[in-house]
Design a protein around this ligand. Structure first.
Ligand code: KPL
Length: 332
């Protein structure tokens, strides 16, 4: 079985490192030819949780490379799984979608790691015949250079099948056979666990995506604006009271979408901040590197859903506008 990982950011590199170390055939599909060249030439520099460092040989090529070309690591191979570890906004880039299209065969399963919501709908629309799965991970990773990643926090990855209602009836029932899907998922879970990525099956991955959305909506924008770590967020009384306002309206918007939310979501958010106290949220890392953030996929989507249900989303709207203002300042 061959796994392709589209997106060589922190999570993509972490998965590639762990799977390659466990002997799994993996190809990293990068956005740039430079990054692929560097990874092929120097290997992937991986720092594990216990601080041990290893240089791991990995197959890497740009996503836009012709997969049929003899030089491709995937020549003549149809990956059983493609892990999509790019940020959600990459799914709106036609060049990226074309590159992916060339690699998605009738048997390929797409496992989507994006934060936020809306990406499964976009992928179902773009690849109506693809078998879609989603992952929610709490693994912590930091990409320190295009060829180096550090495993900063051990977490759990939950994976499950995307709801068939996303896909057109005929295709989803004929191709997304549930016994076959369950067998493939179980095999993948075993493989990931053996590679040191603790992975579990989720029976309702959409609900879990919404829980993660709530966590990200409350933590990420404030840390990015104040440029503080997740731990500082709960130690700062003003930031915490802003978090509470965000939590109340975000909780209401999420609760209007999913059947049941676990109790104590606020406590879970505090726990996440405590557990990842020294970490800088992904949105803060994006802002510091002047990259486009995930504000649309997280706060933007939540505001839209809240408004549809008549829920006032005033704190979210203010933070959304502040992050958008920071983003538009990058170029100007
Ligand atoms: O997922 C995260 C992120 O930074 O995007 C949290 C949970 C906030 C941890 O930093």
């Amino acid at each position: 079985m061959h796994i392709a990982i589209a997106g060589a950011g922190a999570v993509g590199l972490l998965l590639a490192a762990r799977l390659s170390q466990a002997g799994q055939a993996v190809t990293l599909l990068t956005r740039t030819a430079d990054q692929a060249g560097q990874l092929r030439a120097a290997g992937l520099d991986f720092t594990a949780r216990d601080s041990t460092r290893a240089r791991i040989a990995v197959a890497a090529e740009p996503l836009t490379a012709d997969p049929a070309a003899g030089s491709s690591a995937l020549a003549g191979l149809q990956p059983a799984w493609i892990f999509l570890t790019v940020k959600q906004h990459a799914l709106h880039d036609q060049e990226f979608l074309d590159g992916l299209q060339a690699r998605v065969g009738p048997q390929t399963r797409l496992l989507c790691f994006q934060n936020g919501i809306g990406h499964l709908e976009k992928l179902a629309e773009t690849f109506p015949a693809a078998k879609l799965y989603a992952a929610v991970t709490t693994e912590g990773a930091l990409r320190t250079s295009p060829g180096a990643v550090t495993h900063t926090g051990e977490g759990v990855t939950r994976i499950g099948q995307a709801p068939s209602t996303l896909q057109t009836g005929l295709i989803s029932t004929s191709l997304h056979d549930s016994n076959e899907s369950a067998a493939s998922l179980n095999l993948l879970i075993k493989l990931l666990c053996e590679a040191g990525i603790k992975t579990e099956l989720s029976k309702d991955i959409v609900n879990e995506m919404y829980q993660k959305l709530l966590i990200n909506a409350v933590i990420n924008p404030i840390t990015a604006i104040l440029r503080i770590s997740n731990g500082e967020l709960i130690r700062n009384a003003y930031a915490s009271s802003l978090m509470l306002r965000l939590f109340d309206e975000s909780y209401a918007a999420v609760a209007a979408q999913v059947e049941e939310l676990p109790d104590r979501m606020w406590n879970r958010i505090e726990e996440v901040c405590a557990r990842t106290a020294v970490n800088r949220s992904s949105m803060l890392q994006d802002v510091e590197a002047k990259r486009v953030t995930e504000i649309e996929a997280i706060t933007g989507r939540l505001i839209a859903q809240g408004r549809l249900k008549g829920i006032p989303m005033t704190a979210s709207e203010t933070l959304y506008a502040l992050i958008k203002a920071m983003e538009s300042d990058y170029n100007g």
